[in-house]
Design a protein around this ligand. Structure first.
Ligand code: TPP
Ligand code: MG
Length: 355
């Protein structure tokens, strides 16, 4: 008889609150690793805050804000090797920066410029996925393929709470479980899918319970605790490499920013909850932890933040220096056998643009 694996319901935490709740530590994580995590979080935070400004200045298009989700992204990233593959959703658009992708590339993506599309094999980072959950089967397939080739490579797919209601999530999770594909299913449960709250999304007591339906382990972590996310993902990766298949990691947060720059959450969100989430945001929590353990001081903090600001300044300048793309690209790769109307449509477009 098949047995199900009970999922962990308690939120795993490592970082304390500096008062009653004591700080923990993660085995094998020393000062270097602690600061690597911090640099990643600061780079992501800086990317996100600058992007909102660039949007308001009309320099990038609609942008999906990830403010407050940096701990999930940086913690999960650090648990991977360079050969492991990352499948981001629009919420993790800048994750490639942690693999050395230029900020200009991601900014170009948000500018709708072709320079924003990279070759996934250059960074082992798949394209940013906008259709909800359709990248979950891609991650499962890649991980399975790597296993068939005898390569010790994992894949990690980031997706949201809303994605767990999609058929593609089910297909990817089930396929990965049955084929024992080494994939980490990392769910950012920020409790909203645009304006749909989690309570209208599922009748499951916790999203992590879905893991039992696939016969895979499920772990629930505090998504604002970068060390807890790192540790849980590291365990999931180790299971994958050992041939034990996928793990579902539910990282619980609360969305403290609009869904995207085009959204007005005041129409539906509880402002009190947003205030609480902002007061307890992950970068500040981690800074306080690093100061308590004596790893961070003012000068180092300023230096790391200044470096990230420089990356963004150079990134937007490089993105804006890209020559405009040829409008013919809109048609070029649309159909293998283009209809004759494409030629006249393109000619009309060029006429309007004065080309
Ligand atoms: C297949 C598909 N259906 C609908 C949409 C429209 N849509 C964009 S974001 C979103 C909400 C997704 O919520 P969640 O999975 O929780 O991710 P989050 O935005 O919170 O990171 C929806 C429904 C889409 N992009 N793709
Ligand atoms: Mg969500």
């Amino acid at each position: 008889m098949a047995s199900t694996i009970p999922a962990e319901h308690d939120l795993r935490r490592v970082i304390g609150d500096g008062e009653g709740i004591p700080d923990g530590e993660v085995e094998g994580v020393g000062e270097q690793e602690l600061l690597d995590l911090y640099r990643s979080m600061v780079l992501l935070r800086t990317y996100d805050e600058r992007s909102v400004v660039y949007h308001r200045q009309g320099r990038i298009g609609t942008y999906a804000i990830f403010w407050g989700h940096e701990a999930i992204q940086a913690g999960a990233f650090q648990a991977l090797d360079d050969a492991d593959w990352i499948f981001p959703s629009y919420r993790e658009s800048a994750i490639g920066l942690l693999r050395g992708m230029p900020a200009a590339t991601v900014l170009s993506w948000w500018r709708g410029h072709p320079a924003g599309w990279w070759n996934p094999a250059d960074y082992n980072v798949a394209s940013i996925c906008v259709p909800i959950a359709t990248h979950v089967p891609h991650a499962a397939g890649l991980a399975w393929g790597k296993r068939l080739r005898g390569e010790s490579v994992c894949a990690l797919a980031f997706f949201g709470d809303g994605a767990t209601s999609e058929g593609a999530f089910h297909e990817g999770a089930n396929f990965a479980a049955v084929m024992r594909a080494p994939v980490v299913l990392l769910c950012n449960n920020n409790q909203w899918a645009i304006s749909t709250p989690l309570s209208d999304q599922t009748k499951a007591a916790a999203l992590v319970d879905k893991a039992a339906g696939y016969g895979i382990p499920g772990v629930r972590v505090d998504g604002g605790d970068v060390l807890a996310v790192y540790e849980a993902t590291r365990e999931a990766v180790a299971r994958g490499r050992a041939g034990e298949g996928p793990t579902f990691v539910e990282a619980v947060t609360y969305r403290a920013a609009p869904h995207a720059t085009a959204d007005d959450p005041s129409a539906y969100i509880d402002p009190q909850r947003v205030e609480e989430a902002r007061a307890n945001e992950c970068v500040g929590r981690y800074e306080a932890y690093l100061r308590r353990v004596g790893v961070l001081h003012d000068q180092l903090e300023q230096q790391i933040k200044a470096e990230a600001a420089d990356v963004m300044r150079a990134g937007i300048a490089a993105a804006e220096a890209e020559p405009p793309a040829d409008v013919g690209l809109v048609f070029d790769h649309a159909l293998a056998t283009p209809p004759s109307s494409f030629a006249s449509d393109l000619a009309e477009l060029r006429r309007i643009l004065g080309e």
